[in-house]
Ligand binder design. Structure first.
Ligand code: FAD
Length: 451
């Protein structure tokens, strides 16, 4: 059975996140974007209100929120400030490999600390020379007794300049690509961890993005999250859980862009009417609305799949791909409705437009999502229809052939051009594409193949 209702607890959570977003995020989002800084005081309120780290399981003192709860909160915060939402939810990305790993000792050590002491945790697969090709990691992990020693640079790390802990993905020097990828929990204060300067960006500027350099960083065996060969799968399982959250960033951002555009369209006049009276504007709003609704449904579905123990990889990719592309289109059309004012920095649209652009890049670009989805559709998806050459589509009604008293006949499909021939035998050659009889296959059940 399908149920599109939120539970009473989820409705309460949504309301709480909305109030936080309107009271704490919206008033400061533009300012912190302008000065390129992260509002730590807002992050602290999110922490105190339990809107960050909600996904830490109850066993470790957390609230044990599911992904559906997470995307509900995320949409609200992103609607007020996409960059602040990225900052708030980066802990979920950073912690997810720890939660999914087999390392119970590390979970018991770090998760309660993150909950109690307002610690931030960042996720690091990307490097200066690779992002999409996770198996191409260069950061080196050399085993030394039970410990590992890390050398290399991680780049583009959200909250990199703020985090206390990092999930570092590296490659063992003994194995190539997927077989060598491993993961470690590294503390910021360990010897050899060097944080780079904050990277200046087009949008989401209040979200801190930095490089993290590792120089002979010794990681004890207790902090190994994935041994060589297990790290790639751990990163992919992480994304299957975190990509619906990016979908929710996109839904919230697009929702605000649409709401501002509707408000503007109802007030702006041209040619003696409100511009919202023009069908050209109404259709833009219809497209925005349907894209947001569709994005939200896909996002909820992906989150629901993960919450219900299913492999959410494909649903997560679809929600990320669709919602993030839709959000950019919505922000673009919203800016168009604002006309010249949309292009100024005095209205909120240009910022949403800049902020939305990032969604198509981080946590796997749109191209990578298309590779994942097409890989599934081409190789793993089980079709319902028979193979094309076996489709029983005839130009004569099946009842017309093989009637008692009529000469025995069958339908033969040319596998090249699709022509259907009726007769006991296939034709010598196809009258359309001239391929020989061997190109014909019987489409009548029980009849012999000519090949
Ligand atoms: C603001 C920001 C925050 C980020 N936060 C984090 C973080 O917290 N942690 C982290 O690890 N990373 C983070 N990233 C990195 C992000 O995940 C990567 O930028 C992204 O995965 C793309 O990698 P790349 O930039 O190296 O591009 P590349 O992988 O070099 O790709 C360049 C272009 O080629 C395309 N491309 C690559 N391969 C193919 C292919 N096979 N077929 C077709 N097209 C292809 C890509 O889609 C892209 O358009 C962040 C990035 C940004 C910008």
């Amino acid at each position: 059975m399908l149920n599109f209702d939120l539970s009473p607890e989820q409705k309460e959570l949504k309301q709480k996140a909305r109030e936080f977003a309107l009271n704490y995020v919206l008033p400061v989002a533009a300012y912190y974007d302008e000065i390129d800084e992260t509002p730590m005081s807002v992050l602290k309120v999110a922490f105190d209100e339990g809107l960050i780290n909600g996904d830490i399981p109850k066993k470790y003192g957390g609230k044990g929120y599911g992904l559906v709860d997470g995307v509900i909160i995320t949409e609200e915060i992103a609607a007020a400030g996409p960059g602040i939402a990225t900052t708030v939810f980066d802990n979920s990305l950073g912690m997810e490999p720890l939660i999914l790993s087999g390392n119970e000792t590390a979970r018991q050590k770090y998760l309660p600390k993150i909950l109690k002491d307002f610690k931030l945790m960042a996720f690091a697969t990307s490097e200066p020379t690779m992002g999409s090709d996770v198996a191409g990691i260069r950061c080196n992990a050399k085993q030394d007794g039970d410990d590992y020693v890390l050398n290399g640079t991680k780049y583009w790390i959200t909250n990199g300049g703020l985090a206390d802990y990092f999930t570092i993905f590296a490659i063992s020097e003994d194995q190539a690509r997927h077989k060598g990828i491993c993961a470690f929990l590294v503390e910021k204060d360990w010897k050899g961890v060097i944080i780079g300067k904050r990277i200046p960006k087009l949008g989401q500027r209040c979200s801190n993005t930095s490089g993290v350099h590792l120089e002979n960083v010794r990681v004890p065996k207790e902090n190994v999250l994935a041994q060589p060969g297990e790290g790639f799968a751990l990163a992919m399982r992480t994304f299957a859980h975190t990509r619906p959250g990016i979908g929710a960033f996109a839904v919230g951002t697009a929702r605000s862009a649409m709401e501002y555009a509707i408000d503007y369209a109802k007030k702006r006049h041209a040619f003696g009417s409100k511009i919202s009276d023009f069908q050209g504007i109404q259709f833009k709003i219809a497209d925005m609305y349907q894209k947001i609704e569709t994005s939200r449904l896909l996002t909820y579905k992906a989150a629901w799949e993960a919450d219900n123990g299913r492999d959410s990889t494909i649903a997560a990719s679809i929600s990320k791909l669709y919602a993030t592309e839709a959000a950019f289109e919505v922000a673009d059309e919203a800016l168009q409705i604002f006309g010249g004012y949309g292009y100024t920095r005095m209205y909120p649209i240009e910022k949403l437009f800049r902020d939305a652009r990032l969604f198509r890049i981080y946590e796997g670009t749109s191209e990578i999502q298309r590779m994942i989805i097409s890989g599934y559709a081409l190789n793993a998806y089980k079709p319902v229809m028979p193979a094309l050459e076996d489709v029983p589509v005839h130009t004569k009604a099946p009842a017309e052939v093989n009637q008692p008293g009529k000469p025995e006949t069958t339908a033969w499909r040319c596998r090249i051009c699709g022509y259907v021939h009726y007769g006991k035998e296939p034709p010598e050659r196809c009258p359309y594409c001239f391929f020989p009889a061997s190109a014909f296959k019987s489409t009548m059940p029980g009849a012999k193949d000519s090949a």
